[in-house]
Design a protein. Structure first.
Length: 547
């Protein structure tokens, strides 16, 4: 007998059934009769059938149930997108056959996992609204039958309550109490793929878009707007460009670049050689840009200023948007210098860190008394990455690798544990002046020791940076720095403890998943935008006026 809790997947016989409905009902009954009572009651049979997929395939689906929301850090590549299209193709097969009820009867949590893993590809192919509907269906299925543990399936709930609704624009907010009125453009293809593009440091392009689009600040009337936000997932789309013989990619036969799994792969990314042309196309789609010569338009830059993956995305920006507001992680665009950033109109924003990463780092945050390392740095160095061969400050760090009370070197699995066991975290310049190492240090309770002279820090009138960090000249990285830090830790412990407490208290300024409360990156960004909006001229180069 079928469980009452799955009655919603069975077509009842209250009315005359069509032939197709009778076949569907029989298939569902056969699936339930094929398992034992224990697996039927816990929705864990997943035996497979000719009407669904094989048991082996359900096992593969199960392997991705626990990390449906996770993308590898900084891995916005075709290889990663293939994973989601694998699930999309399975979902599309089920949808075209009109057999979701049969699939759910066969493997209930397998269907939930399939839907959640397919979401990034669904958004690319079918749009945001369909992705929202599929997400809500999956969430409802889990709410209806939520004993995943009893079924031996691991499907995390927290992403269904916070990350995924935020990425999909389903999480309203009060705009940190701001009275600003912000018009959010629908930039169509330029902001496609919010779920996929939310990962890694470039995810700030998505988070700010979705935050303001779902906020009380948003206005649909351009005449009421103080500012205009221009969503553009530039960094993500450029990093989606395939490389020659990309490792692990299931390539089209005879094509050394494109995937046979990702549908219309050639339309999913931006070509670096066309970056200027693409930016010009974006500007032409903004009907209100010229009203104030772009002064009230806000653009987001999440990589190295105008540089993304070593490509200048808009060389002619000075001729097109010289007065617009740039929210940028990097004040010094490589090859451009200070002229690409104006502290009067532009604002520095933190890089995005995935919530799972934040929580994992924070889990290793030790009290000062339990910290054994003076300082640490692990990451890209001249000895492990070609791009860093000329980064002298990182090369200088290698002089400390033999010291017992510091931890310096390349990537290590226990990196977060080392951060949480260090009094100070080194924040050296890389291929540009900014690095997410700064923001990660806050979640580890690790006092930032900044070794990047050109690093412009965010929220400077909200955070007293000298009270919770050290800035050391990047050309003076030597044994004297080590001795200075050692003296602080050994002889000035109360000062170190106080700095550590301030670091902990200020971590919320860099958590893009903290939407409310006394501090959040959104609150800091809105503070900066309010100042710039208040100081903006009412008009620039007016055509004419008469009394």
């Amino acid at each position: 007998m079928l469980s009452k809790s799955v009655a919603f997947v069975v077509l009842t016989a209250a009315a005359q059934l069509s032939a197709d409905e009778e076949l569907l009902a029989r298939e569902i009954v056969q699936l339930f009769e094929g398992g034992n009572s224990s697996c039927r009651s816990s929705f864990s049979c997943c035996n497979g059938s000719s009407a669904t997929v094989s048991a082996e395939l359900w096992d593969h689906v199960k392997a991705f149930a626990h990390n449906y929301h996770v993308r590898e850090l900084l891995d916005s590549t075709p290889r990663m997108l293939e994973r989601h299209y694998t699930f999309y193709n399975l979902w599309d097969r089920m949808k075209q056959a009109g057999s979701m009820q049969v699939f759910a009867a066969d493997c209930y949590y397998g269907v939930v996992s399939m839907l959640l893993n397919a979401l990034p590809a669904i958004e690319f192919e079918d749009g945001l609204h369909v992705a929202q509907e599929v997400f809500l269906t999956a969430a409802e299925m889990l709410e209806r039958n939520n004993d995943t543990e009893g079924a031996n399936w691991t499907i995390p709930r927290e992403p269904l309550q916070l990350q995924m609704p935020l990425f999909l624009g389903l999480l309203p907010n009060n705009c940190a109490g701001s009275a600003l009125r912000i018009y959010v453009y629908d930039t169509k293809k330029f902001s496609a793929g919010s779920v996929f593009c939310s990962a890694g440091q470039w995810g700030v392009e998505v988070l700010l878009h979705r935050y303001f689009a779902a906020s009380s600040c948003r206005t649909l009337d351009p005449n009421q707007a103080d500012l205009f936000l221009v969503p553009d997932y530039r960094a993500c789309h450029l990093h989606l460009a395939p490389t020659y013989m990309h490792k692990g990619l299931t390539r089209i036969e005879g094509d050394d670049y494109h995937s046979q799994i990702i549908r219309n792969h050639k339309d999913k990314y931006r070509r670096p050689a066309e970056a200027e042309e693409q930016f010009q196309e974006l500007l032409k789609s903004l009907p209100y840009l010229d009203r104030k010569k772009g002064m009230d338009h806000v653009f987001i830059f999440s990589d190295q200023g105008f540089i993304v993956n070593f490509t200048h995305t808009f060389p002619s920006w000075r001729d097109n948007i010289p007065h617009s507001i740039f929210l940028t992680t990097e004040a010094f665009t490589p090859g451009c210098g200070p002229s690409c950033f104006s502290p009067w109109k532009d604002a520095i924003i933190p890089g995005h860190i995935d919530l799972d990463r934040i929580q994992l780092i924070a889990s290793y945050n030790q009290p000062t008394s339990n910290r054994s390392f003076l300082f640490n740095f692990h990451g890209r160095l001249p000895v492990n990455h070609d791009y860093y061969e000329k980064v002298t400050v990182r090369k200088a760090l290698l002089q400390f690798d033999e010291l017992a009370d510091v931890s310096v070197g390349g990537f290590i699995e226990e990196y977060f544990e080392v951060m949480g066991s260090s009094h100070f975290c080194l924040v050296p310049e890389g291929t540009s002046s900014w690095t997410n190492h700064l923001y990660e240090s806050f979640f580890a309770g690790c006092i930032p020791l900044i070794l990047s002279d050109r690093y412009v820090l965010p929220f400077q009138d909200l955070i007293d940076w000298p009270s919770l960090s050290i800035r050391w000249p990047q050309e003076a990285v030597a044994i004297e720095m080590y001795l200075y830090v050692k003296d602080l830790v050994v002889n000035q412990r109360p000062l170190v403890e106080a700095m550590k407490q301030r670091v902990d208290a200020h971590a919320c300024w860099f958590n893009f998943y903290q939407l409310d409360g006394p501090c959040s990156p959104y609150k800091g960004i809105l503070h900066d935008l309010e100042k710039r909006s208040r100081g903006m001229p009412r008009y620039l180069h007016p055509t004419h006026w008469v009394p």
